[in-house]
Design a protein around this ligand. Sequence first.
Ligand code: KG4
Ligand code: ZN
Length: 388
Amino acid sequence: MVSSRDLPHGGAATGALTVLGLESTCDETAAAVVRAPLGAGRHVVGPGVILSSVVWGQEGLHAAFGGVVPEIAARAHAERLDLCVEAALAQAGVGLDALDGVSVAAGPGLIGGVIAGVMTAKGLAFGAGLPLIGVNHLEGHALTPRLTDGLAFPYLLLLVSGGHCQLLAVDGLGACARLGGTIDDAPGEAFDKIAKHLGLGYPGGPEVEREAAGGDPARFPFPRPLLDRPGCDVSFSGLKTAVRRAADALIAAQGGLTRADRADLCAGFQAAVAETLAEKAARAMRLFRETRAAPEGAPGPALAVAGGVAANGAIRAALGARAAAEGFRLVAPPLALCTDNAAMIAWAGAERLARGERSGLDLAARARWPLDAGAAPLLGAGRKGAKG
Ligand code: KG4
Ligand code: ZN
C-alpha cells in the first residue's frame, strides 16, 4: 500500500494528505477518509477526494421522542464509532498505515457523544503513531465548499441546521466573522417542532417539505420575523408559535386538521422561513461585498450553504434567486455533505494538519465552541445548546 506520506510534498500541486475523520457531536455517528491535495506552500487546495464516507444516522433511536436524547446518542456513538471507522477504512481500501492523520470533531455538541469521538480518535492516533487533530464541527460545515468545489477564501456561508443558524464570512482557516445568527431557535429545530405539532414524522424538515408541496403558501400570512429590523439576525420562535396557534385554532373550530389544512400550514411556514433567510442573506451579501474583495481570479463573490435545512428545495430556490440578484454565486454542496458527516471533519483536519497544527493527547471535548470567538454571544440556545 502506498502511503501519502511517501508522496513528494511541497511545490505546486504535489502530494496530498490522507486523513481519517470522526464525527459524533449530535445524532450521526460517522467516519470518512478524505484525500486533500497539497498546493504551493504545502497548503491544502480543494476540491478534495472523498475515498469513503460512512454515516450511521440514529434517527430510529430518537424518533419516538421527537428529538435527540443526549444519553441515548452518547451510548450509540460509543457502540458504533469503531465499526464506522472499520467500514470507512475498508470502503476507502486503505489501512491505518496509509493515513497522515486522524481528525475528530472535538465540539461543539452533545458532550457525551463528543467525548466518545475524541477518545476513539486518541486511541487510534496513539496506537497507530499518527498525528491527532481536534477540529470544530462548525468549521467542518464552514469549509465544506472548499472540499466539494475548491472555493477560495473569502466567501459568505449560511449555516442552517437543527442546531445552528449563522451567516458567516469565512475569511480563512480559523478566521470566521459572524455577520448574523438566530436569537432563539435554529430553523431545523422549528421545522422539527412544527412537524411534531402537526403529527408528522421525525426529522421534521423533509416531512414538512413533502406536505408543503401540495399546499397554498398564501392561505396563512405568517410573520416574517425581524425583517422590520436592521441587521442579519433571525428569529424563528415567534413564527413557530404563530403556526401552532393557527393549527390549534383550526382544531378547536373543526375538531381536527384536513389534509389541505396541514399542507397549507406547512407551505405557509416554509415560505416564511425561506423568505426570511433569503432577505437576511441578501443583507449579509451586501455587507460582505462592501467589506471584502472577491478572491483573485474568481468569477465573483460566493454564497455557500451548509446544514440539513439547506436540503430544502424552497429555501435553496429563494437563496439562489437572491444570490443571483446580488451578483453572488450560490454554492450548495451535495445533500449528503450538507448534513452532518465525517468527510467535512477529515477535510478540516487536513487543512490544519497541512499547516503543521497538531493536538496532544490532552485534547478536550467541548460542548460549546463558537466559530467567531470575537462575536457577542447570541441569545438563542437551539435544541443542542448554544453551539455558537
Ligand atoms: O445538519 P443536520 O443534519 O444536523 C444538525 O442539526 O447539526 O440538520 C438536521 C436538521 C433537522 O432539524 C432537519 O429537520 C432539517 O435539518 N432538515 C430539513 C430538511 N432536511 C433536513 N429542514 C427543512 N427541509 C428539509 N428538506
Ligand atoms: Zn452540523
